[in-house]
Design a protein around this ligand. Structure first.
Ligand code: URA
Length: 189
């Protein structure tokens, strides 16, 4: 039976043996989505919690989170206006990239989470896919560099892929380059 609420969905994720190894290897808790669940202005899907997020139990509170918060504010919104979540809900050990299997096992959950969010009032809030992992869940085989700041359509929804803010933290891409994707979202609102 499909879970009926977000709480049920997260409980199912917690009880899913596919993720027990993450708990055994140091993840202390499931990190749930945060922000505006009912009728969010837009939705942001990241990769997986890191050490800071695992500690706080909130997504995007570390360095990448600071950049994300600024990107949201620079287009005139706050974290309370949007829903921020991750594909994988437990911190992978050493903040490594989630494995293919972890992504495959998390895919039905994040898709279901999206359905709950968008079904609230029939509004199709745009979805920002932050980084290549989130993009791969909805558009397998697509490149994040090629699709950055583009409009992509599936299931009647609009997705905007954006390079992960950790690229700015590591000095690989400029803040302004990531802003172009958020600007594309602003135009839809
Ligand atoms: N990176 C992510 O993808 N998600 C977080 O919650 C934090 C960093």
């Amino acid at each position: 039976m499909l879970p009926q609420t977000l709480e049920d969905l997260y409980k199912k994720y917690e009880d899913d043996p596919s993720f027990f190894h993450l708990k055994r290897s140091g993840a202390t808790r499931l990190v749930p989505g945060t922000g505006k669940f009912y009728d969010p202005d837009f939705i942001i899907i990241g990769e997986a919690p890191g050490a800071d997020e695992d500690r706080a139990g909130v997504p995007f509170v570390g360095k990448a989170g600071e950049i994300l918060t600024k990107l949201i504010q620079d287009i005139g919104y706050t974290r309370d206006d949007v829903w921020i979540t991750n594909v994988v809900k437990y911190r992978p050990p050493g903040n490594r990239t989630p494995t293919k299997l972890e992504i495959i096992h998390s895919t039905p959950y994040i898709k279901q989470e999206l359905t709950f969010l968008q079904d609230v009032d029939g509004q199709l809030a745009p979805v920002i896919l932050l980084g290549r992992i989130a993009l791969s869940v909805f558009f397998p085989g697509e490149s994040i560099r090629a699709q950055h700041a583009s409009y992509m359509h599936r299931y009647g929804k609009t997705f905007v892929p954006c390079l992960h803010p950790s690229n700015v933290v590591r000095g690989l891409h400029s803040y302004e380059y990531l802003e172009t994707a958020f600007e594309k979202v602003r135009k839809l609102l």
